[in-house]
Design a protein around this ligand. Structure first.
Ligand code: A3P
Length: 282
């Protein structure tokens, strides 16, 4: 897999509508179709999430727990196809085991080996409260030349609640995967918990991966995956330099009006009711 450090940024591809859901142009129809037959290996580890939940952070953590052998700057989301490169799913087909991959797909469009895992595959699903996700996505779309610049913050929050943004409705997405909460192939981990007690979250992830961590190894993971370390390491990587932004819980308070916040709260209460899924917002 070639490093993208020197790649010029290609023209933005158009967004793609697939099975009623909007996807960024990098998730081409061909790649989305290919997921139906994409083979998951017994020793695969996959980071799954709604975008902006802390995917890259978790990817780094898992990579460090598994001894940090990958070129993390070159990692690709499974369903994406960066122009001038092979589609990620074809690159992953040639990647030696154990593979570490990422996906943002809703459960119904994910490779069958992830939506109905029958082997030893491990899926770390990262969750984050919807208000901070919305803020993070807004800034990401503004900064990323491959994506449309949001018209306005006001419109953006409406589109988020109407499920009109990329990867579709946040609540459908998260609750779709949350149905797997008791499946032992899955670990659900919350962004807010990682922020609150990073070492303990790293231990939880390591234990799920059946890896024992020495104190030194734990310290290495927390140091190498700190906000500032990641900001530095991704700062000049094309396509990834905008991933690390503020890295805080509760940035929504700097963006939401009282009315917008109330609308989010209402939708949150309606959709999460009875799911057992709750977030901290600050
Ligand atoms: P913000 O935009 O709110 O700062 P993803 O990888 O899914 O796109 O998630 C990106 C979000 O995770 C961004 O949130 C980013 O700052 C945050 N993030 C990335 N690395 C982090 C780290 N090491 N510590 C805390 N937050 C991190």
């Amino acid at each position: 897999m070639a490093s993208s450090q020197q790649d010029p940024l290609p023209e933005p591809p158009p967004y793609v509508k697939y099975q009623g859901i909007l996807f960024p142009g990098l998730a081409t129809k061909e790649s989305l179709e290919a997921m139906k037959t994409f083979e998951i290996r017994d020793d695969d580890v996959v980071i799954a999430s709604y975008p902006k939940s802390g995917t890259m952070w978790t990817y780094h953590i898992v990579d460090e727990i598994l001894e940090g052998k990958r070129d993390v700057s070159a990692t690709r989301v499974m369903e994406c196809h960066v122009p001038q490169q092979a589609p990620a799913h074809l690159q992953y087909r040639k990647t030696p085991s154990p593979r570490l991959m990422q996906t943002h797909l809703p459960v119904q469009l994910a490779a069958p080996g992830l939506s109905t895992p029958a082997n030893k595959v491990k899926i770390v699903f990262v969750l984050r409260n919807p208000k901070d996700v919305c803020v993070s996505l807004y800034h990401f779309e503004q900064a990323n030349p491959l994506l449309n610049t949001p018209e306005s913050w006001e419109q953006y929050t409406k589109d988020f609640l109407d499920g009109k943004l990329q990867y579709g409705d946040y609540f459908d997405h998260v609750l779709g995967w949350w149905q797997m909460k008791d499946d032992p192939h899955f670990l659900f981990i919350k962004h807010e918990d990682m922020k609150k007690d990073f070492p303990s979250s790293v231990k939880t992830i390591a234990s799920f991966l059946e890896k024992e961590l020495t104190d030194e190894h734990l310290a290495r993971v927390t140091t190498n995956c700190s906000l500032e370390r990641m900001r530095k390491s991704l700062s000049d990587v094309a396509g990834k330099k905008n991933i690390v932004r503020k890295g805080i819980v509760g940035d929504w308070k700097n963006h939401f009006s009282g009315e917008e916040s109330a609308k989010f709260d209402q939708k949150y209460r309606e959709r999460m009711a009875g799911s057992g899924l709750e977030f901290e917002f600050e």
